[in-house]
Ligand binder design. Structure first.
Ligand SMILES: [Zn+2]
Ligand SMILES: [Zn+2]
Ligand SMILES: [Zn+2]
Length: 177
């Protein structure tokens, strides 16, 4: 199989992700003044015509390698925040510590562990159902998925995540000033 080496590269690059997202397409970077092509990449020459990227799911039931990486990253971030390192000065040790939980807005109802949304308020016009009414275990693949994919605000979800760095920056400026 002539593509084998590149295929193995992709698996290595995704850290053995159990459910990689496969991207297909191309990207071209041009110099804004001269129009010269600085970089061009297409998945057409990749094995199967697609590029695998890791799913980055935090839940071990979905993807053990990605959830392990996430918990490892979190450990190092928290440690650096408390004792310095990774670009954080050692003087951070003498500062007050706050453990702040920031909750993103909701973009629609999703299935949850335990007794899911009981069938009461707001029947959805697409599914014709009230809530879910089921009971889900922590490993149920439905958990975290929208109750109704038509009602769920996917554009809002995507835009909020795309704007998260800007929101975070504004929050830090506000909270430190
Ligand atoms: Zn993964
Ligand atoms: Zn449910
Ligand atoms: Zn709906």
């Amino acid at each position: 199989m002539p593509d084998l080496a590149r295929w193995l590269d992709q698996i290595r690059a995704t850290g053995g992700c159990a459910a990689p997202v496969h991207l297909a397409g191309h990207t071209t970077t041009l110099a804004s003044d001269t129009g010269e092509v600085l970089r061009h990449y297409t998945t057409a020459t990749e094995p199967g015509g697609r590029l695998a990227v890791r799913c980055r799911n935090r839940r071990a039931s979905r993807c053990a390698p990605c959830s392990r990486e996430h918990s490892g990253d979190t450990f190092h971030l928290v440690r650096a925040g408390l004792s310095g390192g990774k670009g954080v000065p050692d003087s951070v040790r003498t500062r007050p510590r706050l453990f702040v939980t920031l909750t993103a807005p909701s973009f629609g109802r999703v299935h949850r562990v335990g007794v899911c949304h009981p069938a009461r308020r707001g029947r959805c016009e697409h599914s014709g159902r009230h809530g879910c009414g089921g009971t889900h275990s922590a490993t149920d693949v439905l958990v975290g998925q929208p109750l109704c994919t038509s009602c769920y605000d996917y554009p809002g979800h995507v835009l909020w995540n795309a704007s998260a760095p800007t929101l975070w920056k504004a929050f830090r400026v506000f909270s430190s000033g």
